[in-house]
Design a binder for this molecule. Structure first.
Ligand SMILES: [Mn+2]
Length: 243
């Protein structure tokens, strides 16, 4: 049976329908399987907070910090309705700037859902987002998988990661895949953030694998223009799923 499967996906960007379709496609078992989502659930697509609320309810789904989550909670606690010409004077210039930067980067869909929630629900979501871990390492079938949203910025082979901050894990994806990322042959870097159609040598809507790099952002929210898909990888079998 499916006992103990570990599955990963990334960059859902508000694609709640695809998320639900994927859970069905992989026959996700709420008791036995575990799913780790590598960040950027928020923004761009239509229903980001529906996905967050679903994740929060499930014990065996874990979310890592993405740059969109990191940005969202720098605004969420301070703005309770859309900023417009009528109310803009109530907000500091710094906050206005952040708010509009967020909107320009697809935050409007998140904020549309967010400001309509009760204060209690808003607080729960902010608290949840603030506590997200920025990386996790798992061992499956004797292989080690380092999981983070974008990779590890300025990584020097085998260095201690204790000095890195959350920013080092969410912004910069690797861009050269010719040299293995880790020295150990059985250690892999699994990352999202950069859709695989933008990775040199990558294919639209397909998980990218080269040396010990595994790129899993297949561009779910960019289906229309770049043939993006939501991809999901089972680390036990290396089986790939797409919707
Ligand atoms: Mn990202």
């Amino acid at each position: 049976m499916n006992e103990g499967r570990l599955l990963v996906m990334s960059d859902l960007h508000g694609c709640y329908d695809k998320y639900q379709m994927m859970l069905e496609k992989i026959k996700f078992n709420d008791k036995e399987d575990k799913l780790i989502i590598l960040g950027d659930v928020l923004d761009r697509g239509e229903n980001p907070l529906c996905i967050i609320k679903d994740i929060m309810k499930r014990e065996n789904v874990e979310l890592l910090m993405g740059n969109h989550e990191l940005f969202a909670f720098s605004v969420m606690p301070y703005v309770n309705s859309p900023i417009d010409e009528i109310n803009e004077e109530f907000y500091s210039e710094e906050l206005r700037k952040k708010y509009f930067t967020w909107m320009w980067n697809g935050g409007d869909t998140t904020f549309d859902e967010f400001y309509k929630l009760s204060i209690k629900e808003q607080k729960e979501i902010i608290a949840y987002l603030q506590e997200l871990p920025s990386s996790i390492e798992v061992t499956v079938n004797g292989n080690k998988y380092f999981l983070s949203h974008a990779g590890i910025n300025n990584y020097i082979s085998d260095e201690e990661l204790g000095w890195k901050t959350v920013e080092d894990f969410v912004w910069r994806s690797p861009d050269n895949f010719d040299m293995p990322f880790f020295k150990e042959e059985n250690r892999f870097l699994v990352f999202g953030h950069t859709p695989t159609f933008r990775i040199p040598g990558g294919t639209a809507g397909k998980i990218f694998k080269k040396n010990n790099y595994i790129g899993i952002d297949c561009g779910a929210v960019f289906e229309k223009y770049f043939e993006g898909k939501l991809g999901c990888l089972c680390l036990n079998t290396m089986e790939e799923f797409y919707v």
